[in-house]
Design a protein around this ligand. Structure first.
Ligand code: ASP
Ligand code: MG
Length: 453
């Protein structure tokens, strides 16, 4: 069986939902389980309305009207006038009324807890799930809504709940297996679950991908498909350079590196349950369904090693601490890192020499205090407006000549710092921000005139 998860953009209108239904129909032979996100901006709207209610603003009522109208409009576009449409509109209306009772309570109590936020936020996916079922049924498929809260069981870390896999596996076998075996397509709203006691939880923002991964893992899926409006991960940001190519396959580590540099198609933490079981996750484009997309597969199943993308991240600050007396001394680095730790400031890259250490940070909130403390350990220099430019890939240890190609490509760019760590998937250089684009172009030209497969 497979899991087909559709993001907000791919279900944003009746036409899109019909296209989604056709995609599911084409995959009936592979026994699909369908997972939906909420419609675009709906989760934001629901959460904002809760905050309005808590601040004693009656504006939440307007937002509820907006929510109802948007879903009703799509329902009417999907289902012809008659008892079917009336039933669907009744369901949607009941959900809107349910969330209104939450808002009324929040308003009266002026209290908004993480637990309440989850009950509110889950309504977005509960609504979209009904619309997806309607689209499938209109196409003649046997599809049925399944309340995700009866199968996806989590701990009670509201707003960032973690699945209890054993219980979830038991429930998916019980509820979803029989449906799949009799040719019924189960449709679940993503993002939400419930505790063993039945209290609604969510997996955190972007959590609908998590639902797909958890259900896929629980059912031993052959593949998890994440349908988006993008063609997958690309060798370079297409807004930055012409000639960006879709990367056919990446390892989970490569996907995580790409996410750090802002590739937003997939949240690597969310797909961990699939990664743990070696189930491939494929990013596909609803606007171009025949394209192969990007597949995230266990590293051992992947082909040749080599670079997969050139990425960059600006707004980086470099701190250089030098201390000639550090020569042959021990404990210096520990003291330097301890300063960052005390100020809760994560370090991204590190490079050291015998008498100095350079680090990069993203978060400069505590920079003045950090600088003052580091000044007691040695001479401190701060370089602002820097950018990290990185070559991401896998098996770099075995790519002879890689460093030469990088340095040749960057021959006329000033490099401030270099980092290549044992993770084997990332070679980073730090350059001045105005040079970053040029560096990205040069590296992309060097490495991606032809693609890895
Ligand atoms: N609707 C939720 C969100 O906006 C979950 C998701 O779409 O992945 O965060
Ligand atoms: Mg998403």
């Amino acid at each position: 069986m497979i899991v087909m998860k559709f993001d907000a953009g791919s279900i944003s209108s009746e036409d899109r939902l019909r296209a989604v239904a056709r995609l599911v129909q084409q995959n009936l032979g592979r026994k699909p389980v369908v997972v939906t996100s909420a419609l675009p901006k709906v989760t934001d709207l629901l959460l904002q309305a809760a905050r309005d209610a808590c601040a004693r603003s009656g504006e939440y009522e307007d937002r509820l009207q907006e929510l109802r109208q948007e879903h009703e409009k799509i329902a009417c576009g999907l289902v012809p006038d008659g008892p079917g449409r009336r039933r669907l509109i009744g369901h949607l209306g009941a959900l809107v009324d349910e969330v209104r009772t939450f808002y009324t309570a929040v308003y009266a109590l002026e209290e908004l807890t993480p637990r309440t936020l989850d009950a509110v936020a889950a309504v977005g996916e509960r609504l979209s799930c009904e619309l997806a079922v309607a689209a499938l049924v209109q196409l003649g498929l046997r599809a049925q809504a399944v309340d995700a809260r009866t199968v996806l069981i989590t701990d009670d870390a509201f707003c960032a709940a973690a699945p209890l896999m054993e219980e979830t596996e038991k429930r998916t076998r019980l509820h979803l297996r029989p449906m799949l075996d009799t040719g019924v397509v189960p449709v679940l709203g993503g993002f939400m679950g419930a505790t063993r006691e039945g209290v609604t939880t969510t997996l955190g923002r972007g959590g609908a991908d998590g639902t797909a991964a958890i259900l896929g893992a629980a059912l031993g899926a052959e593949e998890i498909q994440i349908w988006t409006e993008e063609s997958g991960m690309t060798t370079v940001d297409p807004r930055l350079a012409a000639g960006a190519k879709v990367i056919p396959q990446v390892s989970p580590d490569e996907a995580a590196e790409l996410a750090y540099f802002g590739t937003k198609v997939l949240h690597p933490v969310m797909i961990q349950p699939a990664v743990d079981r070696g189930i491939p996750v494929r990013i596909l484009n609803t606007q171009d369904p025949a394209a192969a997309g990007t597949r995230v597969s266990p590293a051992e199943n992947l082909g040749p090693s080599g670079p997969c993308a050139v990425v960059h991240r600006g707004g980086i600050t470099v701190l250089l601490v030098s201390q000639p007396r550090m020569l042959m001394a021990s404990g210096f680095l520990a003291r330097v890192f301890e300063v960052f730790e005390r100020h809760h400031t994560p370090i991204d890259l590190i490079a050291t020499s015998e008498v100095s250490v350079s680090v990069t940070v993203d978060d400069v909130e505590h920079l003045p205090a950090i600088k003052a403390e580091l000044a007691q350990l040695g001479e401190v220099r701060i370089l602002r407006d820097m950018a990290i430019v990185a070559l991401i890939g896998r098996g770099f240890f075995h790519c002879a000549g890689l460093a030469r190609r990088i340095f040749d490509a960057l021959a006329d760019v000033n490099v401030v710092m270099i980092s290549f760590a044992a993770s084997d998937v990332n070679i980073s250089v730090v350059v001045e921000e105005p040079d970053a684009e040029r560096a990205v172009h040069a590296l992309h030209r060097e490495f991606f005139s032809e693609t890895r497969t």
